[in-house]
Design a protein around this ligand. Structure first.
Ligand SMILES: [Zn+2]
Length: 291
């Protein structure tokens, strides 16, 4: 964003470049500069997934904070799988099958990116605690979510590397100030993940270890969508990572939709008369009738 502000102060005239959003390239001070990475035009929502929502306007202006677990030197759970390194060959030679290691931090970041894309396609503002492979402290993640004034906080993890365990679950902290809301959010997200991915349903749980969800000023959950052990072959597939991301997004959207402000009986417009009609049959004068 800093770069864009610099461009503006260098004399770019938006009036003279009305078509920059159509062509993605603007002529600025004689040089071609791609502005699409700096400025996004306000576009109507165009959801990327099938959804049951009748009124998409309820999502406008909502903020969701995504927290891909771990990062940098904190790699999270590490799983392994045997991979065919020569998938094009019908009969791969001995040695083509190799053991590869996969880190929770990388799969979590990939899933978060798909959640982000899907939510933004509904017009929701999304911020993430990290966008790459680097360390971010737990307190900082919480503070970023509070500063963003997020409506919900969703931390994205995969479960342990125990090869005998399979399944997906969502946790929330027992002392989060939005306990009931967090529980509802956990349930809608878990339901959507189970329905869309087919991962084994382990339900929702209270978790003291959900430290980032303890002091957030909004409902907070942690998703554990599969084990880096028993679910590893499912988790390393990039199409499945997208599916998990879309399913988490659908669960978040469902919660937000169900809790969106609705018109109440008080907000229905009532005809209002500027001057109160005088009841000519009343024995009381208008002044007396006030008392
Ligand atoms: Zn984790």
């Amino acid at each position: 964003m800093g770069k864009f502000i610099l461009l503006l102060t260098n004399g770019i005239s938006l009036e003279r470049h009305q078509s920059i959003f159509d062509h993605s390239v603007a002529n600025v001070n004689g040089g071609n500069i791609n502005l699409m990475s700096f400025v996004a035009p306000a576009a109507p929502p165009s959801p990327q997934i099938n959804h049951p929502f009748e009124n998409l306007s309820v999502f406008q202006g909502l903020n969701v904070f995504l927290d891909p677990g771990h990062g940098g030197s904190e790699r999270g759970a590490r799983g392994f799988a045997q991979i065919n390194t020569m998938p094009g060959l019908l009969f791969p030679p001995i040695g083509a099958m190799q053991i590869r290691f996969f880190d929770e931090k990388d799969i979590a970041l990939s899933i978060a990116g798909h959640v982000n894309d899907t939510l933004q396609s509904f017009g929701i503002n999304v911020a993430q605690s990290r966008y790459g492979d680097y360390n971010v402290g737990l307190d900082l993640r919480r503070d970023m979510a509070n500063d963003f004034e997020a409506d919900v906080f969703v931390s994205i993890h995969l479960n342990s590397s125990n090869i005998f365990n399979r399944g997906t679950k969502v946790l929330h902290h027992p002392n989060n100030p939005f306990f009931e809301e967090s529980r509802e959010l956990a349930q809608t997200v878990n339901d959507a993940v189970v329905a869309m991915t087919g991962l084994r349903d382990l339900g929702i749980e209270l978790g003291e270890q959900v430290v980032t969800g303890r002091y957030t000023q909004m409902p907070a959950i942690i998703t554990e969508t599969g084990y880096m052990g028993g679910d590893i072959r499912f988790l390393i597939n990039s199409d499945n990572q997208r599916l998990i991301g879309e399913s988490i997004a659908l669960g978040i959207l469902t919660y937000l939709y169900n809790n969106a402000p609705r018109p109440t009986i008080q907000s229905i417009p009532v005809p209002h008369n500027e001057v109160s009609p005088v009841d000519t049959n009343s024995p009381w004068s208008p002044i007396e009738s006030m008392w």
